[in-house]
Structures are given as structure tokens and as C-alpha cells.
Design a protein around this ligand. Structure first.
Ligand code: GLN
Length: 540
């Protein structure tokens, strides 16, 4: 079958859950027997997300093949329950870079290289390449941002050109917002009408409109949108707020979105299997007993608001594992800065069933995280450390158990007498040359587990593969001293002999990883380490 393309654009405001809508559509079409991939186009000039602050951008997700990308890629992986590849993540920066490189290599053979059509043509080439690489029969391409922003124009032009080339293979879906202003109390359609007009100005007529709103859209609003935006009424779909994002595929499916899309493409459903998903949603709705997990981090604040998105994969991984244990996760954001001045404040951590210190960079907040780790180690509260969370657990152990008072990571204190965490040898050159982009140790690496360890018990196999993003590592000179005091190095990378997992004896659950297990947790297959962590939290 030749591939079909679905473009998803957003209107009115960002943060509408376009990513969740795109991912849900992926899930639906996959359940109907089609090979699907999701593709994300980012409007920024950064080549990838690796150089963007999390508070600015949300989480930096990492794929198996090592690309630092948008959190939507994580959402796609979780909903589709399949890996997304680096070709499926496009940015303006990548597009410009390859157009300029091609020009320098005389690939345009003397042509005058213009923003239009050459930039949209490169976007189209990349979309087709991603579709081919993933062998997708249907590619769902989400354009970041909202229509009307200058930076999105070339991507819209690419979407228009693709439809012009082969009209029956391209569908446009516009996800837009219907506010219910408090003082009026009525659902308003005008913002949707305006954003569709803006899309029309770019030469695109949406085939479907998905209305995001606090509540379900009624028939009257649907009629109004259909009439004023030139869309069939049955193609105006309601997507109200729901307690769990995992419900969205079922909501769209109830309105037969998948079937209608296939029909527009002149395709038929090959099968139908949403049983697992339905079971999952039923479970999510039924769990009552709470498990209280504290996340001690620093990428929460943006102005007066807090941005949970910075740790979205961690949050989702907690949910997946909690649901599997019939628990309702209650997550708490703990800004590590508050333990910096008053370490006694860490006492409040007693209230939690488990504590996580997730990944991070730079010195801000680290002493607060170390204070938190000391408290949970000493008070036997289940602890899961992720990347920086492992490095800081090693520093805490060195300082307070091995009594190496100035133990540190060279990321923060390059002159320490005890560099328990130090920069990886090959990273030194990169950092000296200021080559920061895409040079972390990235993506999937193998890890051999120590038999009889807690980790081995969790995975039930000896060789695993997990995703990384870091430049610093445990300094193997300290292995013996650590082991003498009850630390077990339960996972080692066989090629480079790097410590990937630590766990503590005589503690109900104290385990930390240099990799990021959260990136591989899926709602239908929760991650084994999170499952074990939540089990310990349940018993706490
Ligand atoms: N900053 C640390 C490093 O580069 C940890 C990175 C992380 O937590 N992802 O090694």
C-alpha cells in the first residue's frame, strides 16, 4: 500500500494536547491493523532539543537511536507502544542545515536556492524518508505551535504542497480550542473559526476539526463550526478534558474518528483490537488507594506557574507502575532548593511512600537533593535515582558513609579531592571545544546485570538495554570502598565497563541508575524498576 499522510495543526493556544490527540489517533489506526508512525515537526532553529532549558521546553526525551527530542515523541511511544526513530523528529534547524549543506555540495546544480520552494521541499523529503524508514502505511505529522505563527509558515506550505501533489493521500486535521469564559458560561466557537481562517490563508482546508474544551461540545456548536469552517458535521469531533490522557483514544473512537479517516482515504479497517487499552482505562478509573511519591527536582518553576512537563516521562512511568499495582499515584513536586539552607526540612520526606530524584544538569539545587537522599537512605524510605539521581546518591554515600567530606562530581566541583563522579574520558575533548550539541552519551546501551541482585530480580534477565543522556559517570576507583560498605554495583556496561546501576543492601529499596528507565515505560508494559519501586512504596 502506498503511504497516506495526516497533518495535525493546532489553533488558538499551545498546550492543547495536540501531541496526545496525534498519539491517540496513532493508537486507533494501529488498532485497525495499519502500520503507523507519528512524526513531530518543531518550529525552533535548534537542531534538536538537547540545548534547550527544560523549564522553557518541557522534558527532553531520548529515543533508542539517541536523538534528544520533544516530549511528544515520548507520548507517541507510550500510546503506540512502539519505538519512534530519529527520522521522525524534524526541526527548522535541521531543515535549514540540510538545505545549506546541499547547496554547499552543489546538490542544487547551480539553481538559485530559495526559501520557497526549496525549504518546504526539504521538509517533504524528510517526511517521506521518515515514513519509508518506519515502513508506515499511515504517517501522522504533528506541526508544533499554532497556526498563524510566522515560524510555522514553511511547514504549512509543505503540507499544502503534499496535498497538491496527491490530494487523495493527505488529510488535514485541525485541533483547536473552545473556551467557556466564566462570566458568560457559554462555549464559544469564534476562536476556532479564526484559526481555521488562518489555516485557509495558508491554502489549507481542514478535513476534520477536533474541538478541545473543558466540556463535551454540543450539537449546536458542532453545527456552527461545520457551517462556518466548511467541514462536514460528522467530521467535527469533540475532545473534552478527561481525568486521564489514556482515555482520549476511546473518546475519539466513540465518535468513529478512525473509521471516518480510513473512509476519507478510501481504506477499510483490517481488524479491530482495543481490548488492552480499554482494560487499562477501566483499571485507571477504578484504582482508589493512593501511593504518595515525592519528586525532588528543580525544573518546575516558570514565572508564577509550575511546569510538570519537565519530568513527564517520570510521572507517566510512576502512573504505569502504580496502576499495575492497583494504586492511584499522587505525585508531589518538591523543589530541592528548599533543603539547601535548612537540611532539617528534609524531615518532611517521612510523609512519602517513595522518593525519586530525577535527571538534571548544573549545580543549582544539588545540595538540596543530596540532603533529601541522605534522609531517605537513613530513614529507609524507598528511593529511586535517575541519572543525576544516581550520581548524587553516590556522592551522598561517599560523604556520609565513607566520610570523604568533599566528595563531589567534577561537573560542579572540578577541583574536588574525591571525584566520585567524573567526566567520561572522551567527553573532555568535546567540552574543551564547546561541542555541546548532541554529544552527551545518548540513546540505548547494553547493561549486564549481577545475578542475585534486586535489579536482576526486577528484570528477570541478565542483559538489558536502556537509554542514556549524560556526560559524567561513576569513578571506578571507588568501587571497592563502596562495596565494603554495602553498595552493590548491579549493572555494568560490558563494552566500556561503566557503572550503570547501584543498589544498597539493608535498605527496603535504594536503587539508582545512570540511564533513564522512565523513557521505556509504557502504559501496557510498565517498567520493571518502577514496578519494583512502587511495590516497595506500597509496603512502606
Ligand atoms: N548532569 C549529569 C551528567 O551529565 C546527569 C545528566 C542527567 O541527569 N541526565 O552526567
Amino acid at each position: 500500500m502506498h503511504p497516506r499522510y495526516i497533518f495535525i495543526t493546532g489553533g488558538v493556544i499551545s498546550g492543547l494536547g495536540k501531541g496526545i490527540t496525534s498519539a491517540s489517533l496513532g493508537r486507533i489506526l494501529k488498532s485497525k491493523g495499519y502500520r503507523v508512525t507519528n512524526i513531530k515537526c518543531e518550529m525552533y532553529v535548534n537542531v534538536d532539543a538537547g540545548t534547550i532549558r527544560p523549564t522553557e521546553h518541557g522534558e527532553i526525551f531520548v529515543t533508542d537511536d539517541g536523538v534528544e527530542c520533544d516530549q511528544d515523541i515520548g507520548t507517541y511511544e507510550r500510546f503506540l507502544d512502539q519505538n519512534i526513530y530519529k527520522e521522525c523528529f524534524l526541526t527548522t534547524g535541521q531543515i535549514y542545515r540540510s538545505v545549506i549543506e546541499r547547496e554547499r555540495n552543489f546538490k542544487y546544480e547551480g539553481e538559485d536556492v530559495e526559501v520557497v520552494p526549496h525549504v518546504p521541499q526539504e521538509i517533504i523529503r524528510r517526511i517521506k524518508l521518515a515514513t519509508k524508514k518506519t515502513k508506515a502505511e499511515i504517517a501522522i505529522i504533528e506541526l508544533g505551535g499554532t497556526v498563524g505563527e510566522y515560524q510555522g509558515v514553511l511547514f504549512l506550505e509543505a503540507a499544502r504542497m503534499m496535498e497538491f501533489e496527491s490530494p487523495s493521500d493527505v488529510i488535514h486535521i485541525h485541533v483547536s480550542y473552545l473556551p467557556i469564559p466564566k462570566n458568560i458560561g457559554e462555549m464559544k466557537t469564534k476562536p476556532v473559526q479564526y484559526s481555521v481562517r488562518t489555516l485557509n490563508a495558508a491554502g489549507i482546508q481542514p478535513d476534520f476539526i477536533i474541538g478541545r474544551a473543558e466540556r463535551e461540545m454540543d450539537q449546536k456548536r458542532k453545527e456552527k463550526i461545520a457551517y462556518s469552517c466548511n467541514v462536514k458535521i460528522e467530521n467535527v469531533i469533540s475532545n473534552p478534558d478527561v481525568p486521564s490522557i489514556y482515555e482520549v483514544p476511546l473518546i475519539l473512537e466513540r465518535q468513529k474518528l478512525g473509521e471516518k479517516i480510513l473512509k476519507t482515504f478510501d481504506l477499510k479497517s483490517r481488524s479491530y483490537d482495543m481490548r488492552d487499552w480499554k482494560k487499562l482505562v477501566k483499571k485507571i478509573k477504578s484504582v482508589k488507594k493512593e501511593v504518595k511519591i515525592g519528586i525532588v527536582g528543580k525544573y518546575f518553576k516558570t514565572g508564577d506557574f509550575s511546569l510538570e512537563d519537565s519530568y513527564i516521562s517520570v510521572i507517566e512511568a510512576i502512573k504505569h507502575a502504580a496502576f499495575a499495582h492497583n494504586l492511584k499515584p499522587k505525585n508531589f513536586w518538591i523543589d530541592s532548593a528548599k533543603y539547601e539552607n535548612d537540611k532539617n526540612k528534609a524531615r518532611e520526606l517521612k510523609e512519602f511512600d517513595g522518593i525519586i530524584v530525577p535527571g538534571g544538569y548544573g549545580s543549582r539545587g544539588t545540595e538540596g537533593k543530596i540532603a533529601a537522599i541522605k534522609f531517605v537512605r537513613e530513614h529507609k524510605i524507598p528511593y529511586l535515582g535517575l541519572c543525576l539521581g544516581m550520581q548524587l546518591a553516590c556522592i551522598e554515600f561517599s560523604r556520609n558513609v565513607l566520610k570523604l567530606k568533599d566528595a563531589a562530581t567534577t561537573e560542579i566541583n572540578p577541583k574536588t579531592k574525591h571525584p566520585v563522579i567524573c567526566v567520561m574520558e572522551y567527553q573532555k575533548k568535546l567540552l574543551a571545544k564547546k561541542q555541546y550539541g548532541a554529544t552527551n552519551r545518548l540513546g540505548a546501551y547494553l547493561c549486564r546485570l549481577k545475578k542475585s541482585s534486586r535489579t536482576f530480580f526486577a528484570y528477570k534477565k541478565a542483559m538489558i538495554s536502556e537509554r542514556h543522556r549524560h556526560r559524567y559517570e561513576f569513578n571506578n576507583k571507588y568501587i571497592k570502598a563502596f562495596e565494603a560498605k554495602g553498595m552493590i554495583f548491579s549493572g555494568i556496561n560490558p563494552q566500556m565497563n561503566l557503572i550503570e546501576i547501584i543498589e544498597l543492601q539493608n535498605h527496603p529499596f535504594f536503587l539508582a541508575t545512570q540511564f533513564h528507565p522512565e523513557f521505556k515505560s509504557r502504559p501496557l508494559s510498565p517498567h520493571p524498576l518502577f514496578l519494583n519501586f512502587i511495590a516497595a512504596a506500597k509496603n512502606h
